[in-house]
Design a protein around this ligand. Structure first.
Ligand SMILES: [Zn+2]
Length: 427
């Protein structure tokens, strides 16, 4: 079996506060050995040796709230106006783009059309398309009038929603997504600020509808993620066993207490990039400042920051993932959210980076063996030119990744990267 030894590297394992000088041996698709210091791993064990030139070897990044099929819409209904053929090609391009940006795993928070995620995941798994490990979702299951229902009377429109009302329709929608091959189900329990009739603090999906969605998904062995901005929508998700609760912006004290009580089982994700950019970079999407104020986005931003300070202090597991893929949040800039965790939520750089690696590995269903540089872990690795813990911004944009390895395979080979640089030597 092919084995690669990395020496002359700094190693950041994914669960520590600082990197150390060391060596790492990869055999097949697993990490075989991790050692501190030099000349600790016999080079005879390797079929090739890569001198990392002092660069940092760390786990591949995990995008915990990914929408590969969100191909730059300004409005939700823009996604409904792309024919499936073009939509699939553009989704494929996003898959390769995000891997080029160091994300070796992505957990889908919804697909704009039912089969886009599923076929892209399959194409990646079959080795025809360069892309991350991918947990595919279906569209966002929502109720009439909820987030994702862009129709109006006499005017048909589609976006990223699959509309289902009442337990019978919800049950059928979940089964349909599963039949078509999804790994995760997404349900919209609350609205959002840009939905005229179901604002962020409106709980649009009823108790029985949430309970039914989770019951069916779990019976079929699928995880459930929810869009939950309203306090009650967080509680509703928790009461019925949702596995991953996104947003939680307006969580009140009771919701936070319930999250803390469930912290061994549940993972949350702020999907903060879109919230941040909507307030600070709205011109990008041609949205005037006055509109941003009028629909209450600064208030949502403040609420998110307050809530995630609390979530951090209470030790609740959080994944990085920022709703990238809209006009406001171009795909590829996803790693900006790691820095946001430090600047706006009070995380240390190492703690923020753990959310984007180790916690993400847990969400992907590989707890303890993905998002870590440990003996036995899956070999998803980055070789980074610089110390990401000293400057997280080097993880945004692909130029500082000398190597991107997924499942033991080099997507970017450091020897090719080195052609334009001088810091690495390979034998
Ligand atoms: Zn989203």
């Amino acid at each position: 079996m092919a084995a690669t030894l990395f020496n002359n590297i700094m190693v950041w394992e994914g669960d520590s506060d600082a990197p150390f000088a060391g060596e790492v041996l990869v055999e097949g698709n697993r990490i075989k050995a991790v050692a501190r210091g030099a000349n600790q791993i016999a080079r005879e064990r390797a079929s090739r040796v890569i001198d990392g030139g002092g660069m940092t070897l760390m786990p591949g990044l995990v995008e915990g709230h990914c929408h590969l099929s969100f191909v730059g819409p300004a409005r939700n209904q823009d996604l409904g106006e792309i024919p499936p053929e073009e939509h699939l090609l553009r989704t494929c391009r996003n898959a390769t783009l995000i891997l080029d940006h160091g994300f070796t795993s992505c957990y889908s928070a919804a697909s704009a059309k039912l089969r886009l995620d599923v076929v892209v995941r399959q194409e990646i798994e079959d080795g025809y398309l360069a892309g991350p490990r991918y947990r595919a979702a279906g569209p966002e299951i929502t109720v009439t009038g909820g987030l994702g229902d862009e129709r109006r009377q006499h005017m048909h429109a589609e976006s990223f929603g699959m509309i289902a009302d009442g337990p019978d329709e919800i049950r059928k929608a979940v089964r349909l997504c599963i039949r078509e091959g999804v790994d995760n189900i997404k349900i919209n329990i609350s609205g959002d600020e840009f939905v005229s009739h179901a604002r962020a603090e409106v709980c649009s999906m009823s108790e029985i509808e949430v309970a039914t969605a989770v019951e069916v998904a779990h019976e079929w062995g699928r995880r459930v993620a929810s869009h939950s901005r309203a306090a009650e929508s967080v509680k509703r998700a928790l009461r019925h066993g949702v596995d991953c609760i996104y947003h939680c912006d307006f969580a009140d004290e009771e919701a936070l207490d319930m999250l803390e009580a469930a912290r061994d089982r549940v993972i949350v994700g702020p999907a903060f990039g879109l919230v941040h950019n909507a307030v600070f970079e709205s011109e990008r999407a041609g949205v005037p400042k006055e509109t941003v104020e009028r629909i209450g986005l600064p208030r949502k931003f403040e609420a998110t920051c307050r809530t995630y300070e609390q979530i951090r202090k209470r030790g609740i597991k959080v994944v990085v993932g920022g709703d990238y893929g809209f006009t406001l949040t171009p795909m590829g800039q996803n790693a900006r959210d790691i820095g946001h965790f430090v600047k706006f939520f009070g995380y240390s750089p190492a703690a923020a980076l753990r959310c984007a690696t180790q916690v993400g590995g847990d969400l992907m269903g590989h707890k303890g063996e993905l998002g870590l540089v440990k003996e036995g872990a899956l070999a998803d690795l980055l070789l980074v030119d610089g110390d990401p813990l000293a400057d997280l911004s080097i993880l945004v944009g692909p130029s500082r990744f000398a190597m991107i390895m997924k499942d033991g395979q080099m997507h970017r080979d450091p020897r090719v990267w080195a052609a334009g640089h001088h810091r690495i030597a390979a034998e």
